[in-house]
Design a protein around this ligand. Structure first.
Ligand SMILES: [Zn+2]
Ligand SMILES: [Zn+2]
Length: 666
């Protein structure tokens, strides 16, 4: 489905470049593609549901044990379809607005260039008709005169940059309104984003829900905010590296990221004013960067500027034509360097991340990445092998960052070995080059094509599902040529082979990190999505939720950890607690914390405080040998870090060996 989505996106990005787009609008194309996606995904969903049902009908194995999960499995399959369709819709919508942004200018640019081309050809005819030979300086002069005259006749469309800050502010208002009215009152005081998002974001106590927050909680809020801000900065940075115009989907994407992150930290019970101040901060710096992106785009795509950029090409083509120099080689070289090569490079980088992620679930890493459960086990096993307190501390405290680093490290190890990254790039390059060569062959055989312009257009059209071409560059090259088509094709084939070699050399020259930085779809992000789940941690012991799919109604952990690892301590003695959540919710004991407003609440009523969690009461289950071992070994150090007293470790825990801890993972 990834490949499918990428091809659909490419199709939209190429819409109307090499054919008349009046027959069907870009919106039609989008609708059509989305319908197809829906059909494909429904097929996949039905197939999975069919398999689940037939498994239960056959009644093999312990069907009765998993009976209660049947509906869960079916729901997961359904929510998977919805997730995929949403992500495809988002991708296509973004492509659509990028393409629309470009199309605004293309009409004007075409008129400018058509006029100029005619003038250049007229001038060429005039010059050739003159009896005496013209020197280069005479030609330059004639060209310059013609250029100035033509430019002065063109109607000059001034493109005014838009006020992006206001648009961002508007999107933020909509975002707040959709969440209810409580926030809009404070928001009304905000007139613009000018003063927002400078310096460092500071978590003020007055912003938080409660004045008696302890330092630890404040620190968690700070860490969360820094994390959100970083992710948004990364997003803005990626956008400013592309050459597209600013689009409102950018800011709505950012607001979505913030809302999603805030939702995973619901347990912090942050108030609306705090959320608003964080959003204002981020929208502040983002809107300034987006304004820069927009201004840059307007400047680069101003039809006048574009024409000026082409002046050099027109001029050298004109001189070349006058002297009847061979244009074949020059044109073929330009077409290869300016159109085919960037399109191929994009093809490789667009696909590389996905292919890398695909490779991570087969072969030697499949044992780790096969499922969320196997992933959890490998992470824990790695921690045990290394056995450093600081690593465990990070793992529990910054679970998400830890997991991301872990995944990245695995990917790096996998692809740095045996030149695997380069081999993969070469494989993709070969795919692209072969399609290109085939398109050239086919166009060569086509009797209807009788000039270079038609030839180039046909090639681009044949490749439009795979490669994105810059219309400006294709146009620039197709203009002003009465070159020999056969010779042009010969030269082109030769340049394509050269390009292939050059690109392969460039793969060798770059290092892993810089390649990964360039990828829009990063393998570590794809892997993370695969193994991460919902990311919620048990409110007591901090073990991560194991329920599948994004849409589960209750978070669930199969084996909880000693609660002290999640900072739980006895009130009077301050000693860390060793028992686990499942036995606590069975017992008649009580707990208090920030979420209960520091009032005692019976553990049995935990679901009134944490309605999203399902912790089944069970007096018999103990913590796994793994966590007993970790807690026994690092008891003192956890206590220090958590500002508590060390736990009374049951004596049997102290006898557990590392081997036993390791075995308990299986
Ligand atoms: Zn727990
Ligand atoms: Zn969950």
């Amino acid at each position: 489905m990834h490949t499918w989505a990428l091809e659909a996106e490419t199709k939209i990005l190429n819409h109307g470049k090499f054919e008349n787009s009046e027959k069907c609008t870009i919106e039609d194309v989008r609708c059509d593609l989305l319908q197809k996606a829906d059909v494909e995904l429904s097929k996949g969903q039905d197939e999975i549901i069919g398999k689940i049902k037939s498994y239960y009908e056959q009644g093999e194995g312990h069907v009765e044990l998993v009976e209660s999960f049947q509906q869960d499995f079916i729901n997961s399959a359904k929510s998977l379809k919805t997730e995929l369709l949403n992500s495809i819709t988002n991708k296509l919508d973004a492509a659509l607005s990028r393409r629309n942004g470009m199309m605004k200018f293309e009409g004007i640019k075409k008129t400018y260039m058509d006029t100029m081309e005619k003038k250049v050809l007229d001038l060429l005819k005039d010059c050739r008709e003159k009896k005496s030979d013209m020197t280069d300086s005479m030609l330059d002069e004639a060209f310059e005169k013609m250029w100035q005259e033509t430019v002065s006749t063109l109607s000059y469309t001034v493109l005014q940059p838009q006020d992006i800050m206001t648009r961002v502010l508007h999107s933020l208002r909509n975002n707040l309104q959709s969440k209810g009215n409580s926030m809009t009152e404070s928001f009304d005081k905000v007139k613009d984003l000018q003063n927002q998002g400078h310096r460092k974001f500071v978590v003020h106590r007055s912003n938080l829900i409660s004045k008696n927050w302890n330092a630890q909680k404040t620190k968690r809020v700070e860490e969360m905010s820094d994390n959100i801000i970083n992710i948004c900065w990364e997003f803005v940075k990626t956008k400013s590296e592309s050459k597209d115009d600013y689009d409102d989907t950018y800011i709505s994407e950012i607001l979505k990221i913030i809302d999603k992150k805030l939702k995973t930290h619901e347990d912090l019970k942050l108030n609306e004013d705090f959320k608003l101040s964080l959003k204002l901060y981020i929208c502040g710096f983002a809107s300034r960067e987006f304004q820069k992106i927009h201004n840059q785009f307007i400047q680069e795509n101003n039809p006048r500027t574009a024409l000026e950029n082409f002046k050099h090409t027109y001029h050298s083509d004109f001189i070349g034509l006058y002297h009847e120099q061979d244009q074949c080689s020059k044109k073929a070289d330009e077409f290869t360097r300016k159109c085919l090569k960037p399109a191929l490079e994009r093809y490789v980088t667009e696909n590389l991340g996905m292919e890398m992620a695909d490779k991570m679930v087969i072969g030697e890493n499949s044992a780790i990445f096969r499922s969320r459960t196997t992933f959890q086990i490998s992470v824990l096993k790695n921690l045990l092998d290394e056995f450093k307190f600081e690593t465990y501390f990070c793992f529990i405290k910054s679970y998400e960052t830890f997991v991301k680093d872990f995944i990245f490290d695995k990917i790096k190890k996998q692809f740095s070995a045996e030149n695997r990254m380069i081999k993969l790039e070469e494989k993709l390059l070969n795919e692209g080059t072969n399609e290109m060569k085939q398109a050239i062959e086919e166009a060569e055989q086509d009797p209807k094509i009788n000039d270079i312009k038609g030839f180039i257009k046909t090639i681009c059209k044949k490749l439009e599902n795979k490669l994105v071409f810059s219309k400006d560059d294709v146009d620039k090259i197709s203009r002003l040529n009465d070159v020999n088509q056969k010779k042009f094709i010969e030269c082109l084939k030769c340049y394509v082979n050269n390009m292939d070699t050059c690109l392969k050399e460039s793969f060798q020259a770059r290092d892993f990190q810089s390649k990964i930085d360039c990828l829009e779809t990063k393998p570590q992000d794809l892997m993370f999505k695969r193994v991460w789940g919902c990311g919620k941690q048990c409110p007591f012991c901090k073990a991560p939720c194991e329920a599948g799919g994004e849409a589960h109604t209750k978070h669930f952990v199969s084996i909880h950890r000693p609660k002290g690892l999640g900072r739980y301590r006895f009130v009077n003695s301050k000693k860390l607690v060793t028992n686990i959540c499942t036995s606590s919710v069975y017992s008649n004991t009580s707990f208090k914390c920030h979420d209960t407003n520091d009032h005692w609440r019976p553990y049995k009523e935990y679901s009134k405080i944490y309605p999203d969690w399902q912790i089944d009461p069970d007096p018999s289950t103990e913590a796994s040998a793994y966590w007993k071992y970790v807690m026994a070994q690092f008891n003192q150090r956890f206590a220090e870090k958590y500002n508590a007293k060390s736990a009374d470790i049951p004596s049997s825990w102290k006898d557990i060996t590392k081997i036993q801890a390791d075995e308990s993972l299986k």
